[in-house]
Design a protein around this ligand. Structure first.
Ligand SMILES: *Cc1c(COP(=O)(O)O)cnc(C)c1O
Length: 244
């Protein structure tokens, strides 16, 4: 593989995404959201290409794959100081590995998961940052809690001092991304829940909405973190199955 042209391609994609984020932010006169590079199915080399450009937050969905890449990068490039976000579905028997290897978990959707992360977070590490995942499109099959169940969960999480609640995240149903009106309604609901959460709890600074195909719209609705995979790394070559 021609590594120079690979690096050039990565730089071009990165600059295009950053420019799109900046343009959308300028349109509404807001701070640009943080960019989370979603590197699932992509190699440590591909992560390195972005890290060289100054990107430092990466999101992963599959644990085995993520930890392998973390180890490779830690060994070869210990000075990158990557901030790792877990954005896959959390199985309760995997919380220990997550508590030990990630800085953030964006997909907390039940008290059991938050409690286990709190109990299993190594003492020498800072509290783990979490977002509560809202099942915004109301699909039974998807992860995330419904909006009505949010407040009791927020209440319970307050007791866990090794867990730091930072905000909310959502993945709209794929169909909703086709229907712009529905997507706007989803983002508007997230924005209003986020505002309410900020009023109830201190230190809330993260509304994680927006992916490759809808990031500009998410910015209009107040996203503070967009999670971008395809637009940064190119299309994923396989659809990895849900696994540990
Ligand atoms: C894969 C994934 C993304 C990135 O999606 P793209 O459409 O490739 O940008 C964002 N968020 C989550 C939770 C994901 O699983």
């Amino acid at each position: 593989m021609d590594t120079t042209s690979e690096q050039d391609a990565a730089a071009n994609r990165y600059q295009a995404v950053v420019a799109e984020i900046e343009k959308a932010s300028q349109k509404i006169g807001s701070e640009p959201p943080r960019l989370l590079a979603v590197s699932k199915t992509k190699s440590a080399t591909a992560i390195r290409a972005l890290a060289e450009l100054g990107q430092y937050e990466f999101g992963e969905n599959y644990l085995q794959e993520a930890i392998l890449k973390q180890q490779q990068l830690q060994q070869d490039y210990p000075n990158y100081n990557i901030v790792w976000h877990f954005i896959g579905h959390v199985q309760s028997n995997k919380t220990q590995i997550i508590a030990e290897h990630f800085d953030w978990v964006q997909t907390v959707d039940r008290v059991k998961i938050a409690r286990r992360l709190h109990e299993q977070r190594p003492v020498e590490l800072e509290p783990i940052n979490i977002c509560i995942q809202i099942n915004i499109s109301g699909e039974a099959s998807k992860s995330g809690i419904s909006a009505v169940d949010l407040w009791p969960l927020v209440e319970e999480i307050q007791a866990f001092e090794k867990v730091k609640l930072r905000g909310l995240m959502a993945i709209p149903a794929p169909d909703n991304s086709v229907d712009k009106q529905q997507l706007k309604a989803d983002f508007a609901e997230m924005a209003s829940l986020y505002k309410a959460l900020q009023q109830k709890v201190t230190g809330i600074d993260t509304l994680s909405i927006g992916m490759s195909s809808d990031l500009a719209l998410a910015v209009e609705y107040g996203s503070t973190m967009v999670r971008v995979g395809t637009a940064l790394f190119g299309a994923r070559e396989y659809k990895a199955k849900e696994s540990g």
